[in-house]
Design a binder for this molecule. Structure first.
Ligand code: ADP
Length: 491
């Protein structure tokens, strides 16, 4: 079922419910009041006649025909009976209605007259009848007559009965007509609301239909550059279109960066493969090369193999990071990690001086020890690569109540200002020609950045210039811990 149809049906159902309630309440109240008004008239008229009989032994009201026939028919009939129940007098309006013993209704009073046309008990109420009087119903030729009987009592003795009658034909017919009219009105209104709802829902959902068409066209053409037409309205649908376009934008960016990543990765992998293939071909074509040349070629193949292994490992790690891999969070003593990383870094270069500056206190952070060491080694490896032999590389640990900071400082020539915003990008190398020899593919800092992000730490170039570069890795100290720790370390 379409949303448009569902909305229209909802409108229709709600409208049908609301109108039905209004119609039922309106019908019940108005019909009940008309029947009760008739009952009241019968009571009042009966009391007048009864009063006459009790006071004078006869009633003039019986003889007058003020409530007699009108052009619509008889309005009221009055009759009086002897104490034994014999018919004594009747008003001239009596069309010859049958009569029985008048105390029948007194023994078994009839329910309110509207019950036949208003079956709902909830709306029922009736006229209070005085003592020794009751309502009854008379059916003559399929026509109902409302009947009210009073037993006239003087000095404790029954002196007669008074009966007032009025036909219910007109009221019954009016109630039936009203019920029919209301039902038709409700039906007609619901149909109208259904049609209007269908039209309104269609108009309201038109932008959604446009969005669906656009999305379908994009998914068929795979063209992420196309955009949905926006109306400029700030309503929900306007915002949906803008959000949809934003989503297309980020998909496009992700798609582009994915393509760039694959392109860069294949490019990086091609270089060592070319070197290896060249050397292998030479070795195959000249099996009797001097031992020294063979050794050099095999050495180069070995170097390129390990370069490629490193590259593939880095690529795998980045692919995992893209897939949403997370790092574990355990207490890691940063000082121990720094010491281990420095020990490994000394293997990288015997021509640099490595130092660790740290006050003798715990620098515990939350993280993954191996990944933290990897991050540190990336920074140390870069420091080795981009600073001259004989210079000093320093790892420094600092602590304030709010932060634990690790600095890696070298005495290289610094990062050019133009390259600074890009060094954390994948495959970015400030000087590719020079740096290919250094073995880097431009992935180190992006991996370091991912590790830092995962551990909620901030990795940035805090200082760079002709005197060297300093990378800083800052961890926020959780408040509960920070409040109890000693003041910053000073070296
Ligand atoms: P690479 O594998 O090439 O070292 P990185 O992502 O680690 O890739 O670094 C990106 C670029 O940032 C490097 O190519 C280099 O130009 C620059 N860079 C990184 N660290 C330093 C540093 N300590 N001194 C100078 N330049 C640096």
């Amino acid at each position: 079922m379409t949303l448009r149809l569902r909305l229209s049906l909802w409108y229709g159902t709600l409208c049908a419910l609301a109108l039905s309630v209004v119609a039922v309440v309106g019908y019940s109240v108005s019909v009940r009041e008309q029947y009760l008004a008739l009952d009241r008239l019968l009571v009042v008229s009966g009391r007048i006649v009864e009063n006459g009989i009790r006071t004078y032994g006869r009633s003039y009201a019986l003889e007058t025909d003020t409530l007699g026939s009108t052009k619509d028919g008889v309005v009221m009939v009055m009759r009086s009976y002897s104490p034994k129940g014999e018919l004594m007098y009747m008003s001239p309006s009596d069309p010859g209605l049958p009569h029985g013993h008048p105390d029948a209704p007194l023994r078994a009073p009839a329910p309110p007259a509207y019950q036949k046309v208003l079956p709902l008990r909830f709306f029922q109420s009736s006229v209070v009848t005085p003592k020794n009087s009751a309502f009854g119903t008379l059916v003559v030729d399929d026509q109902r007559w409302r009947r009210y009987v009073i037993r006239a009592i003087r000095k404790g003795r029954t002196v007669g009965y008074v009966e007032t009658l009025s036909p219910l034909t007109r009221l019954d017919a009016a109630a039936l007509n009203m019920a029919r009219l209301l039902a038709q009105l409700v039906l007609f209104s619901v149909l109208a609301v259904l049609l209007i709802g269908w039209w309104v829902a269609g108009a309201a959902l038109r932008p959604v239909a446009r969005l669906i068409d656009a999305a379908r066209a994009i998914s068929q053409s795979h063209d992420l550059t196309s955009r949905v037409q926006t109306t400029g309205n700030r309503d929900e649908l306007g915002r949906l279109a803008v959000t949809f376009n934003d989503m297309l934008g980020s998909l496009q960016a992700a798609w582009k960066s994915q393509q760039r990543f694959v392109g860069d990765a294949s490019h990086e992998l091609r270089a060592p493969l070319t070197v290896m293939r060249g050397n292998l071909e030479l070795l195959r074509r000249h099996p009797h090369l001097p031992e020294a040349d063979r050794g050099e070629m095999l050495g180069e193949i070995e170097r390129e193999t390990s370069r490629m292994t490193r590259l593939v490992e880095d690529l795998l790690l980045l692919a995992r990071s893209d897939a949403g891999a997370t790092l574990q969070r355990l207490d890691v003593p940063l000082r121990d990690v720094a010491l281990e990383a420095l020990r490994d870094a000394r293997q990288l270069s015997a021509h640099h001086v490595f130092e660790l500056w740290a006050a003798d206190e715990l620098y515990t952070v939350q993280g993954d020890k191996d990944r933290l060491k990897q991050l540190l080694l990336i920074l140390l490896d870069n420091a080795v690569k981009y600073s001259p032999a004989g210079s000093t590389i320093t790892v420094e640990l600092l602590r304030s109540p709010a932060q634990t900071v690790l600095l890696v400082r070298d005495q290289g020539s610094g990062i050019p200002a133009a390259d600074l915003p890009h060094v954390f990008e994948r495959f970015y190398r400030a000087d590719p020609a020079r740096q290919r020899d250094s073995g880097g593919a431009g992935l180190g800092l992006s991996i370091a950045q991912w590790i830092a992000d995962q551990l909620d730490a901030r990795l940035e170039v805090s200082e760079t210039g002709p005197g060297g570069t300093t990378f800083s890795l800052a961890f926020d100290v959780p408040e509960t811990v920070g409040n109890h720790l000693p003041q910053p370390a000073q070296d």
